[in-house]
Design a protein around this ligand. Structure first.
Ligand code: SF4
Length: 265
């Protein structure tokens, strides 16, 4: 059989991801764009959400703003006061100095916490600008650019990373940093937002870390890992030879989605 050119393989790979997004969107979507925090608030929220639940991070964020009123005041605030305000969110001794440091670095670099200028930059430059901030890696930069500024940046969290590996979209040894580059090149800009929400929902609800629910999976037919897992009390994965069984409609939840009353308008 004649070998396919790199360009042809690339096209097939990209088309495969596009089709997967389409199937998952039919299952979990649609994904309407939600009003989000502005970038500086998103940075703070991202730090608060590290290693804790959405409920705890939302509570800590609200308590922080209740206490200080504005992020400029947090930047000048006493570290012990910040720590106390965010303590219900967990890891306050680590997160308080991180928040204060990043806000002050932002003020040093930019003179204000208004980061809307990033929207005018090419994506790579905007990412590089954010990455100079302490504690901002590819995932945090992706979240800020994608969700706060509506730019087509990838934000690969643990669920998306796991699903992509199991589906063979990225190789088993690809690092999460490298995965950002690979997926950003493969997914069309207008598909980045649905990709994020579709894959994260799939990872949380079906392709779970410990016991993926392969018999309920809408993309099982194209997944090379199908059949490698068993479901609790269900015996071997029968889905390898039979069509997907009926599923209840699952709802996606936007990452970092805040309760209505806490959303910044
Ligand atoms: S078939 Fe199983 S391993 Fe593959 S994506 Fe679906 S749930 Fe995950």
């Amino acid at each position: 059989m004649p070998r396919q050119s790199t360009k042809t393989r690339r096209r097939k790979f990209d088309a495969g991801i596009a089709r997967t997004i389409e199937v998952m969107t039919e299952e979990y979507g649609p994904f309407p764009e939600e009003p989000r925090l502005d970038p500086a608030h998103e940075i703070v929220f991202t730090i608060l959400s590290q290693h804790t639940s959405d409920i705890n991070s939302s509570r800590a964020y609200k308590l922080l703003l209740d206490r200080f009123g504005a992020l400029e005041n947090v930047a000048q605030g006493d570290l012990a006061d910040i720590e106390q305000a965010i303590s219900p969110g967990g890891l306050a001794r680590i997160k308080a100095p991180r928040i204060k440091e990043v806000l002050n670095r932002l003020l040093d670099l930019n003179g204000s916490l208004d980061m809307s200028f990033l929207r005018e930059m090419p994506l790579d430059e905007a990412k590089a600008w954010l990455r100079q901030l302490p504690g901002i890696g590819p995932k945090s930069a992706g979240i800020i650019l994608s969700f706060a500024l509506g730019m087509p940046a990838m934000a690969i969290d643990t669920h998306i990373y796991r699903v992509c590996k199991r589906m063979g979209i990225i190789g088993p040894k690809v690092t999460v940093d490298k995965a950002h580059d690979i997926l950003e090149a493969a997914v069309a800009p207008e598909q980045v937002y649905p990709f994020h929400l579709a894959f994260i929902t799939h990872g949380r609800q079906v392709c779970k870390a410990q016991r993926p629910r392969c018999p309920e999976c809408v993309v099982a037919q194209t997944c090379p890992s199908r059949g490698q897992f068993t479901e609790p009390d269900s015996g071997p994965d029968k889905e390898a030879t039979s069509p997907a069984r009926p599923r209840a409609k699952r709802l996606a939840q936007a990452p970092h989605a805040l309760p209505e009353k806490e959303k910044k308008t």
